[in-house]
Write a new protein. Structure first.
Length: 474
């Protein structure tokens, strides 16, 4: 699951925000550095450019997105540079060497503090994404928006049509966890743009939209505290808007939900009998807490963590879920969780406890804060099977056998069981052998590898999507 990432053990940076600042530099320079994140490195880039009396510093994370982002505040002297990006909680402090071709410094974001040095380079770091479609396109693109009652936000999206002439079946794409744009951009991949391009070239219209709050300068509570059920309302509003479009066949509109988006599509299908079909694209079939436990255990094993480290991680998740399920206040949960951590620490030596992420107060605060957000509390208790049991429309479930975020060996059987209870005669599934959560053909198949793979989505999976949709048209 992506941007509201359920891998609580892995700290992934998602850069947002943009503003300009003034410096005294007189040239444009490119800089490159690497952060150590989990068991991998995360490339970080800087550009410093002077135009007239204005100097702009831009920072990027090229393995995650091709966008560059401006800093909020800065202070520069002849031998040092300090800047911050308020929206991300990022602060960088560095000093130039004598030749001014290296900056030695520290990078802080949230509770993470690491050394980060930049070297001046003539080469701009970039990643190859050969599947990303480039204009001119052989089809039509239209900007279409919609509103959701009671939400102070203008939803925006892109409808791709095979042609302006004729009426076409349409599929709505629903992103996974976290606030994402319409392309579901992650690690410099744009999966939804690739899917939209492929399906539209095959005669199927596609609508993809930015998640609620995307691009907004401030977030009201209905955006900040939105849950999976709110996102289902958003998807339904997109459906209602599309029914009125002249080039869309209103009787042939389906939904494809990736990761948490699969749960959203399941909710929508249980409520909206006019929805033609749903595609669960690495979607969960089990209660959120179970998905999270399976995910954490798998990731920790991949990192070769000691058994006691895994045991404490899973016990901590089970304990906080138990408290959440009792509908305790966040303050009560915080107090009881700290008591739990203190008791757990007594079971291990000081050296062993240092290997556990809850050994510091800051890591405890982050863990409790993440798990007690309104979205997470809802997700942990939500079971997609409760909704799938009532779905009669065609359902296609795809999961990668190497997915470490929504494990296929647990979730596909759970989805199949729900379909049997629903007596759904139009259920099909596909185990994507050797593929990860993004349906990339992978080697190590860890989250760390996502950005290193050039492929965005396996062509085999794209063909499966096309075939399912066409087989279920009226």
């Amino acid at each position: 699951m992506n941007k509201r990432n359920l891998l609580v053990s892995i700290f992934i940076l998602f850069f947002v925000g943009l503003s300009n600042i003034n410096l005294n530099a007189q040239e444009k320079t490119n800089w490159y550095g690497e952060l150590s994140i989990s068991s991998t490195t995360l490339p970080i880039t800087l550009t410093i450019e002077t135009k007239a009396d204005t100097t702009i510093i831009m920072m990027g994370s090229p393995s995650q997105t091709d966008q560059m982002f401006g800093v909020t505040k800065q202070r520069v002297t002849k031998d040092s540079i300090v800047f911050s990006i308020k929206s991300m909680g990022v602060v960088y402090r560095g000093k130039y060497n004598e030749k001014r071709d290296t900056i030695f410094g520290s990078f802080k974001q949230g509770i993470m503090l690491q050394n980060l040095s930049f070297g001046k380079t003539n080469k701009v770091y970039s990643l190859s994404r050969p599947q990303e479609p480039k204009p001119p396109y052989s089809y039509i693109e239209k900007e279409l928006g919609f509103k959701v009652e009671g939400v102070d936000y203008d939803f925006k999206g892109t409808l791709t049509l095979p042609s302006n002439q004729g009426v076409y079946p349409c599929v709505i794409l629903i992103t996974g966890s976290g606030m994402e744009n319409r392309d579901e951009e992650v690690f410099a991949h744009k999966p939804f743009k690739v899917i939209a391009d492929y399906l539209t070239r095959n005669g199927i219209a596609v609508y993809r939209y930015d998640d609620r709050g995307w691009g907004a300068k401030t977030l009201d509570p209905k955006i900040k505290d939105a849950t999976t059920f709110d996102f289902a309302n958003d998807a339904q509003a997109a459906f209602e808007m599309l029914k009125k479009q002249p080039n869309i066949d209103s009787k042939n509109i389906g939904m494809l939900g990736h990761s948490e988006g699969g749960a959203i599509a399941s909710i929508c299908a249980s409520r909206n009998k006019d929805l033609k079909y749903i595609i669960l694209f690495a979607g969960p079939g089990m209660k959120g807490i179970d998905v999270l436990l399976q995910q954490n255990e798998e990731v920790f094993k991949q990192q070769n963590s000691p058994k006691y480290v895994i045991d404490v991680q899973l016990a901590s998740l089970k304990k906080i879920y138990e408290l959440i399920d009792k509908s305790l206040s966040n303050e009560e949960i915080k107090k009881l969780m700290n008591e739990f951590f203190d008791n757990e620490s007594k079971k291990y030596s000081k050296e062993e406890w240092k290997n556990i992420q809850f050994s510091s107060e800051a890591s405890r605060i982050q863990f409790i804060s993440m798990l007690t957000s309104e979205w997470m509390k809802t997700f942990l208790k939500l079971d997609p099977a409760d909704y799938l049991k009532t779905v009669k429309q065609p359902v296609f479930a795809l999961n990668g056998t190497k997915d470490v975020q929504v494990l296929s060996k647990y979730n596909l059987p759970a989805i199949e069981k729900a379909m049997k209870e629903a007596k759904n005669e139009h259920f099909s599934q596909y185990k994507a052998e050797g593929m990860n959560h993004l349906f990339q053909e992978c080697k190590t198949c860890t989250v760390d590898e996502y950005s290193k793979i050039e492929q965005t989505i396996s062509p085999i999976v794209l063909d499966k999507l096309r075939d399912f949709i066409k087989e279920n048209l009226k």
